[in-house]
Write a protein that binds this ligand. Structure first.
Ligand SMILES: Nc1nc2c(c(=O)[nH]1)N[C@H]1C(S)=C(S)[C@@H](COP(=O)(O)OP(=O)(O)OC[C@H]3O[C@@H](n4cnc5c(N)ncnc54)[C@H](O)[C@@H]3O)O[C@H]1N2
Ligand code: MOO
Ligand SMILES: [Mg+2]
Length: 402
């Protein structure tokens, strides 16, 4: 039997061919950009007024002028007005184009607008600090043609704002793989059904489907009964149609655990079966010409943990999302004496000095998936060690946002 790190290494070697699709900007957040975004004009595109107030020629003030007849109003969204006379001013609003012939903006707080002999004048109460104040000069954020966002970036709301400002209503992004999630087992019924005493509702596939949705993948769900012919027939079709197949159940030693055998018959090459870990020991992984197949052990906590430890990091890599390894410190001593890597369910919080702290949440084993709701992730406790001490840090796999 292999260890966790070897299993990860084997899985990492399988790769999907990256493909690109174009999506509307409203659908693009969280996707991986497959083009560069450049500024289509200077940013800002004109000398932009930064404060509501008046625009003047600085030299007029320098020469002693403190009262300026108001010649008009330059609003944001107006084409550029111009100053008729050097000793006039224009009222200007934040976001407006700076009128030509003006070079300095004084805030309303620093002037009084009065009516003198039937005409409006602005009297400067507080002198401008410098020529050019309260003006955001054209092109000083970024010049036209500059790369604003690089290829390969995961689009966050910040990049969406940039894409919008350069006029990109759609963006090229990595196409998510076609994923099938397959439940197996005669005991399983669907959510809307009332289970008989010997039946349970399918839950694993909904958990995995919800998890892949977090990666913007819409998976298709299937359910196969424990019938070898039926499994074989359906799996052949699924393997033709999907690039990634995630199965749950039927991989252990039971008389009806047909999955490894049928996968082999369908031409899926086994790369690993069984890992020195708890939960999730019977994990199976293989590839065919068209598909990458994860067959996860059916116990709900095992399916869940194997998804987060093996499937999700792999899927992220295929679509180009960086896996940022996390570690967290145990807040309590913990002992696990078997020579297996133990995935401990933990609650996670940010402790002193910003260090992540993990507190074990006791459950009733790999069928107790209700217990997952009390935790945030799994701490990977290595097989070589049995006594894990408070303050020691281990790799963390989160399934909730902190
Ligand atoms: N003789 C042995 N028996 C078992 C071993 C072993 O090494 N020797 N390993 C145990 C371990 S560890 C696990 S984990 C399970 C894995 O079993 P399978 O992958 O074969 O899964 P099933 O037998 O189909 O189901 C196990 C369990 O999980 C429930 N299940 C399955 N699918 C779903 C689903 N979609 N939603 C909810 N629950 C599901 C199923 O009803 C079973 O209770 O094997 C141990 N046995
Ligand atoms: O993977 Mo099993 O869940 O260790 O019982
Ligand atoms: Mg079984």
């Amino acid at each position: 039997m292999i260890g966790v790190l070897r299993a990860e290494e084997i899985i990492r070697k399988a790769r999907l061919k990256p493909e690109v699709e174009e999506v509307a900007i409203a659908e693009a957040a969280g996707r991986v950009l497959q083009e560069v975004i450049r500024s289509d004009r200077d940013l800002p595109p004109f000398d932009r007024v930064m404060m509501d107030g008046i625009a003047i020629r600085y030299d007029q003030w320098k020469e002693g002028q403190t009262t300026f007849p108001v010649a008009g109003l330059q609003k944001a969204g107006d084409p550029q007005h111009s100053l008729e006379k050097d000793d006039y001013c224009l009222e200007v609003m934040t976001g407006a184009m700076l009128p030509p012939n003006t070079d300095t903006v004084i805030r309303y707080e620093d002037v009084s607008i009065k009516t003198v002999k039937g005409r409006e004048v602005a009297v400067i109460n507080r002198p401008p600090k410098k020529k050019g104040q309260n003006i955001h000069p054209k092109g000083t954020n970024r010049p036209k043609g500059k790369i604003l966002v690089d290829e390969g970036i995961v689009l966050s709301p910040a990049e969406i704002a940039v894409a919008a400002t350069v006029g990109k209503s759609s963006l090229k992004v990595t196409r998510p793989p076609r994923v099938a999630i397959v439940a197996t087992g005669d005991e399983l019924v669907d959510i809307h059904e009332e289970p008989l005493p010997h039946q349970i509702r399918r839950s694993n596939v909904y958990a995995v489907s919800a998890a892949v949705q977090g990666l913007h993948i819409d998976a298709q769900l299937f359910h196969l009964r424990d019938n070898k012919e039926e499994i074989s027939r359906s799996l052949k079709e699924i393997l033709e149609a999907f690039e990634v197949v995630i199965l749950s159940g039927g991989v252990s030693k039971g008389k009806l655990d047909y999955i490894p055998e049928v996968l082999a018959e369908c031409g899926v090459k086994k790369h690993l079966h069984k890992v020195r870990q708890r939960p999730g020991k019977p994990l199976w992984f293989g590839t065919s010409e068209q598909a990458v197949v994860f067959a996860l052990p059916g116990n709900p906590v095992s399916t869940f943990m194997c998804y987060y430890r093996y499937v999700e990091p792999w899927l992220k890599r295929q679509v180009g999302i960086e896996n940022k390894p996390l570690i967290a410190q145990l807040t309590k001593d913990f002992t696990f004496e078997k020579e297996l890597t133990y995935f401990l369910q933990v609650q996670v919080q940010s402790g002193k000095d910003g260090v992540l702290e993990a507190t074990p949440v006791k459950g009733k084993g790999s069928s107790d998936f209700a217990n997952l709701c009390r935790g945030d992730g799994f701490l990977e406790l290595p097989e070589q060690q049995s006594h894990f001490k408070k303050g020691q840090a281990y790799p963390l796999y989160l399934y909730k946002h902190l």
